[in-house]
Design a protein around this ligand. Structure first.
Ligand code: PLP
Length: 384
């Protein structure tokens, strides 16, 4: 018997669901928690489900019905290890991306992929090259295992400085190329990424390049293209993807990488066996098949994003062009104070991203959330 929503409620009881749901609604997002490196305990800063979370680049709508139904059904087989279904998901991803199953490796979120990459391709003698700022997790892992980290500041337009990154990559083990980049939301077109890869092939042919495409589905820039075709030709390149963003499965923890079989094999030995769970696998399979829902999410994100960009621009603040489900706003004042003032009024915005101490990263919520949040931003910016 498949576990319907009603029987799931019966199993845990109405009170149980309520008690479970509250901390989920109010806890700080996983993406923000990563940056804290466990120093600060997870807290419930909003204390109320009406609070607005714009701090972790999550999908505010959550997964669609097809995914929820699939996840509920998967409770039937939760007593089994997920090997078989994971293999089926790998086959489905491979088909969807035009590659073979041997070109795919799953992770407990793409976070596991980033960890595997840093452990497989860096060492005390082989540095990690990252932008500054970028998603911090790879650098944190490198520091933890004693690999040097070379940080390359973004340009004045808050784009990755690909020339400087190529220079810094000479002799490095791994380059982390986040495209679009978190937190700046800027994107590089296919030509720029391919040129960068070609340059490294000449100047540092032993360096591996991880292209993190966590926000791939949100990109609107027509010059952009996934690096998967390049990864299929070049063993020094591979691509990370996640179900946490447009697919709305951040809490399920499932992501993957695509690359040549030899590149995937280099990471596989460090992988936790069965790090993908049965429910997440079921959800991911349904999510991949529900293309109409993803299209709808893309449109919803676009509309809320444009609304928010227009709010800031009308108020006289510069918004960095965004190809993601978040945006970087030049608020011309201390972003920590802005973050705290918003939090006190029930809106969580992104953590500070040094050296951009006067920019705020705002994740895109629902239209209703952005309408309410912009009222708060108005008050906070005026009183600052
Ligand atoms: C660029 C980037 N990569 C990877 C991740 C990790 O995502 P997950 O482990 O949920 O797939 C995040 C999370 O926000 C991110 O912003």
């Amino acid at each position: 018997m498949s576990v319907s929503r009603r029987s799931f409620m019966k199993v845990v009881g109405a009170g149980g669901v309520g008690a479970f749901a509250m901390p989920l609604l109010s806890a700080r997002g996983a993406e923000a928690a990563i940056a804290m490196r466990g120093r600060v305990p997870l807290e419930a800063p909003l204390g109320s489900p009406s609070g607005i979370r714009l701090d972790s680049n999550e999908n505010p709508n959550g997964p669609g019905k097809a995914v929820l139904d699939a996840v509920h059904s998967a409770f039937d087989v939760a007593n089994r290890y997920p090997g078989g279904p994971t293999a089926a998901l790998v086959a489905q991803i491979a088909k969807a991306r035009g590659v073979a199953p041997e070109n795919v490796i799953m992770g407990c979120g793409s976070t596991e992929i980033l960890h595997l990459a840093v452990r497989a391709f860096t060492s005390p003698a082989k540095a990690l090259v990252v932008a500054s700022p970028t998603f911090e997790d790879p650098a944190h892992v490198a520091e933890a295992i004693g690999s040097p980290v070379r940080s390359v500041p973004v340009t004045g337009a808050l784009k990755l400085d690909l020339d400087a990154m190529a220079e810094a990559a000479r002799g490095a083990g791994l380059v982390y190329l986040c495209n679009p980049n978190n937190p700046t939301a800027t994107v590089h077109g296919a030509q720029a990424v391919n040129d960068f890869i070609r340059t490294l092939g000449r100047t540092s042919p032993a360096t591996t390049i991880l292209v993190d495409e966590a926000y791939h589905e949100f990109v609107e820039d027509p010059s952009y293209a996934t690096a998967i075709p390049v990864a299929m030709e070049n063993p020094r390149v591979f691509v990370a993807r996640t179900f946490s963003k447009i697919y709305g499965l951040a809490g399920m923890r499932i992501g993957y990488a695509i690359g040549r079989a030899e590149t995937i094999k280099a990471m596989a030995p460090m992988k936790i066996v069965n790090s993908t769970n049965m429910l997440a696998v079921a959800g991911a399979m349904a999510a991949l098949g529900d293309t109409a829902h993803i299209e709808r999410e893309r449109k919803l994100n676009h509309d809320s994003k444009v609304f928010t960009q227009q709010f800031f621009e009308k108020a006289g603040y510069k918004v960095i062009p965004s190809d993601a489900n978040f945006m970087m706003v030049d608020i011309r004042q201390d972003s920590t104070k802005f973050q705290e003032a918003c939090k006190a009024r029930g809106v969580l915005v992104g953590r500070p991203f040094p050296p951009l101490t006067t920019h705020a990263r705002i994740s895109v919520g629902t239209m209703d959330e952005m309408q309410r949040a912009t009222e708060i931003f108005k008050r906070v910016l005026v009183t600052a």
